[in-house]
Design a protein around this ligand. Sequence first.
Ligand SMILES: C[S@@+](CC[C@H](N)C(=O)[O-])C[C@H]1O[C@@H](n2cnc3c(N)ncnc32)[C@H](O)[C@@H]1O
Length: 265
Amino acid sequence: MTLSINEVYNEDCLKGLDQLEPETVDLLLTDPPFGIDFHKMGSQYNRLQRELGRDYIEVQEQDYYDFTLQWLQSAWRAMKPTASGFIFSGWNRLGDILNAITEIGFRLVNHIIWKYQFGVFTKKKFVSSHYHILYITKLPEKNDRLRTFNRIPEYSSSPGKLYFEDVWRINRDYQKGGEKTPTRLPLAVTDKCVRIGSNEGDLVLEPFLGSGSVVLSCIQYNRHYVGFEISEPIFNIAKNRIKRVKEQLGEKTDNLESWLKKTKK
Ligand SMILES: C[S@@+](CC[C@H](N)C(=O)[O-])C[C@H]1O[C@@H](n2cnc3c(N)ncnc32)[C@H](O)[C@@H]1O
């Protein structure tokens, strides 16, 4: 199968990523499965199994490192030498992701803390109210000037100055009824990553679509995208959200061939 850009696929990304043209992706922006048992741990993340239902596909704890190495290696192959990435992680498997990043050869630029409002009470431990976002690049330090980092004033922590802090205070959305997906990232977070880490016309890769927030930000800000989601019911939720946003905003269509010609000019 040949992949198109501006398309999402109901497919295992371990298969899909290897079908991408090498060195075409400008930005990896992804929220991979957490590799935790949600029956025991989900409440810490306000992601209860009964809400996740049977649809969310998780990776077993003992397989997590090999799984991470595999998809990240394939993502590396698909990424341009100048590409960057934002990878979301809870704290439980963070060590595995950090080790895989280093083993593959990515460079860690920032370790961002996304602080959100907490939703669950705990009696004998601290309530989790943050995620980790690892900002990485393929570029070695000596070529770091080639990295895209758009200094957008509205994200500055200090009005009138361009300071960008590595703690982001952004609330989670409260979703009511309908197509509820508790792992959904708020668009305020995905918008920020897309706008700072890529330029208009760039190609953004999301191997673990979930409900598709990354793609919605791409459409909003004129980035190309390609994404995978293994679970059919969750994929259908993403498809519906994308369809609705495309209808609202319209979308410039492009095909892979003409896009590649333009980017290789
Ligand atoms: C943490 S969620 C992503 C949530 C997403 N950021 C959102 O805004 O809704 C991870 C997703 O990866 C999917 N997944 C798990 N293994 C996968 C695989 N091998 N290939 C593609 N998707 C996979 C899960 O079904 C789940 O929907």
